[in-house]
Design a protein around this ligand. Structure first.
Ligand code: ASP
Length: 425
């Protein structure tokens, strides 16, 4: 499966590259029926929109089903009591901080300024201005969950799904069948997504070719700035937030932590999957860093499922990028909505390649940003995915280390030793 995923990422990248080249060639053509009607608003538009709408089709079922499952897995953990609660609180808090860092860096680097898609494309932008924070908070509770699903009101869907998941595990035995049903529905939705993703290379080609046919090479610089912004934010999060928390809460040296943990980051970087990296994360956190085996046994698998700080950073930057290329000013309220929705969405983001970019559609939809902007960044998603996955698993290990230390279950001897990890079979 991993191989197939890698193959897809490569094909999407090729689709993007061909889209750039074809787009630039078309850009140089004189205006006329061939350029404007047949290519830009014909062929490119058709294949781009078929792909985009395919993704949109999956968003509501995907968010609902995966969040019910995500919340249900937290429900189980809650039985573990205080440590479980602490882990979840840590995960959600660091994700929210990651989003803020992503938003701040994106607003400093302004990756989308200089590319004006708004002038060449008319997309629907839902104005959310004038909505106060208080209103955003209470409006998260759906008056009618069916209406929320039908209208694609993401925050309301998220709240309803999380409550459903928690309720489902708390009724125990009686909820087993519905729980199993949701797990099966999850398989179904994931298959739907991967069916749509099979046309991603062509879809991305269409979206990218259309953009470049309208802008020429001008679109390349913003894209590079977007990558830069994501990686700067990731590095800041690793150094300031993880480093600061490790030092401040446990006194452990962040440098030593990273020296011991970097092989797992390298695996995450190359596989772009938190789940696939889990065995290595487990091994290093227990046998090189010295975290408690019991705490690691639940905090790390849970983290690989619900804790996605790197993904959060990426979503924050991507949202600002897309807003900027469409000339939309993000209000404080909209940014708060991004933090809220992406933090909650991280619970439902699977630890597999590309999951974060699908969830991005949900974040965009929540704030009313045009999904069309996705075409550009989806094409180079792998570049983002590698970095964000490395950060995702680092967050899990940092949390596990801190809680182990605070609970007095940290093995100083392992931490102080320089021996290599004993491999877990
Ligand atoms: N690939 C990421 C992970 O496995 C999720 C994402 O796509 O952001 O952690």
């Amino acid at each position: 499966m991993e191989k197939k995923r890698l193959g897809l990422a490569l094909r999407v990248l090729i689709g993007l590259a061909i889209g750039v080249v074809v787009g630039i060639i078309v850009y140089s053509l004189p205006s006329g029926t061939l350029k404007d009607k047949i290519l830009i608003d014909g062929l490119f538009q058709l294949i781009g929109q078929v792909f985009l709408r395919g993704i949109m089709m999956c968003v509501v079922p995907l968010v609902f089903v995966s969040l019910v499952n995500g919340a249900a897995s937290m429900g189980d953990i809650k039985k573990l009591g205080r440590i479980g609660g602490k882990t979840i609180a840590f995960y959600l808090a660091t994700t929210a901080i990651a989003l803020v860092i992503g938003l701040v860096i994106a607003n400093v680097i302004n990756p989308g300024i200089g590319l004006d898609m708004g002038a060449i494309e008319t997309v629907e932008v839902t104005e959310r201005e004038g909505t106060s924070l208080v209103q955003i908070l209470y409006e998260m509770i759906p008056r009618n969950p069916i209406q929320a699903l039908a209208e694609g009101n993401m925050l309301q869907i998220i709240v309803f799904a999380i409550l459903t998941g928690i309720a489902l595990t708390s009724i125990g035995e009686k909820g087993k069948r519905v729980l199993a049903l949701f797990e099966e529905l999850n398989e179904l939705v994931m298959r739907l997504v991967s069916m749509v993703m099979t046309i991603a290379p062509i879809g991305v080609f269409g979206l990218v070719a259309r953009t470049f046919a309208q802008t020429g090479v001008a679109a390349l610089v913003p894209l590079a700035k977007c990558v830069l912004a994501v990686y700067i934010a990731l590095a800041l999060h690793a150094i300031l937030v993880y480093g600061g928390l490790l030092k401040g809460l446990t006194g452990l040296s962040p440098v030593r932590f990273y020296k011991k943990f970097y092989p797992a980051m390298a695996v995450a970087f190359s596989t772009a999957s938190s789940s696939a990296t889990l065995p290595v994360t487990m091994d290093l956190t227990q046998n090189r860093i010295g975290a408690s085996k019991e705490i690691a046994a639940f905090a790390l698998p849970l983290g690989a499922t619900i804790n996605m700080d790197g993904t959060a950073i990426y979503q924050g930057v991507a949202a600002v990028f897309i807003a900027q290329v469409y000339g939309i000013d993000l209000t404080i309220g909209m940014m708060a909505t991004i933090v809220l929705s992406a933090t909650l969405a991280s619970i439902g983001t699977a630890g597999v390649p590309g999951a974060g970019s699908i969830m991005l559609t949900m974040v965009l939809q929540t704030v009313g940003l045009p999904l069309e902007g996705l075409g550009l960044i989806l094409g180079i998603d792998r570049i983002f995915d590698m970095g964000r996955t490395a950060m995702n698993i680092t967050g899990d290990a940092v949390c596990t280390t801190i809680i182990s230390k605070q609970e007095g279950e940290f093995d100083e001897e392992i931490w102080n030793s320089d021996f290599d990890s004993k491999e877990i079979a």
